[in-house]
Design a binder for this molecule. Structure first.
Ligand code: ZN
Length: 200
């Protein structure tokens, strides 16, 4: 086992342990903390958002080419649309379960290691972004600084996409250890199942 594989495996263990014993997912009903700071840290501290947004970046590099910018753009754009639907009061029952399923699905998609058709991937990723955005749009009317919260949330999401693309470029494009992304996918789907169990 070379150093890179060892680091990858260590990363997987950390992710799954966090999911199992840490803070699996989180609720979307608490309107406290509504400024830029809260918006920025919410996706970073909520394992469901963090894993899904990072996975979008990884998947973008797995498909390559135009997917590198199109998938993060689809997620971000539709997340804003979803936020708007939430603000408008458009109800989506079972949103927590749906968000957990986005993590499971993205993990499985990575684990299979395929180059999915760009349009189909962008549509599905856009739908996932819509769900992540909606969960927060519903809180917006109760927020004291909704625009700042949204700005922070969007910034952190873009950062997580970039981190995923960066990790993907490092491990996929370099062909040093293409197994990294597939194993990460397996770990992400496992963590998603744990989040799902917590959401049901
Ligand atoms: Zn959230």
């Amino acid at each position: 086992m070379n150093l890179r594989t060892a680091v990858s495996v260590l990363g997987l263990i950390v992710v799954t342990c966090q999911a199992a014993w840490g803070h699996p997912g989180h609720t979307h009903t608490d309107p406290t903390g509504s400024g830029l700071h809260a918006g920025f840290f919410h996706p970073l501290l909520g394992l469901d958002h963090l894993l899904a947004m990072f996975a979008v970046g990884l998947l973008a590099t797995q498909i390559g080419g135009r997917a590198m910018w199109a998938l993060p753009a689809a997620f971000l754009g539709m997340m804003i649309v979803g936020g708007g639907l939430g603000i408008a009061g458009f109800a989506m029952p079972g949103i927590e379960i749906a968000i957990a399923l986005t993590v499971v699905t993205l993990g499985i998609a990575l684990a299979f290691g395929r180059k999915y058709p760009l349009l189909a991937a962008a549509v599905v990723i856009g739908l996932f972004g819509l769900l992540h955005g909606h969960a927060h749009g519903t809180e917006m009317p109760g927020s004291t600084q909704p625009v700042m919260y949204a700005m922070g949330f969007i910034l952190a999401t873009a950062g997580l996409h970039l981190a995923g693309v960066g990790a993907g470029l490092l491990f996929v494009r370099g062909q040093q250890d293409p197994l990294f992304v597939r194993l990460s996918g397996a770990a992400i789907s496992l963590a998603g199942v744990m989040i799902l169990l917590g959401a049901i």
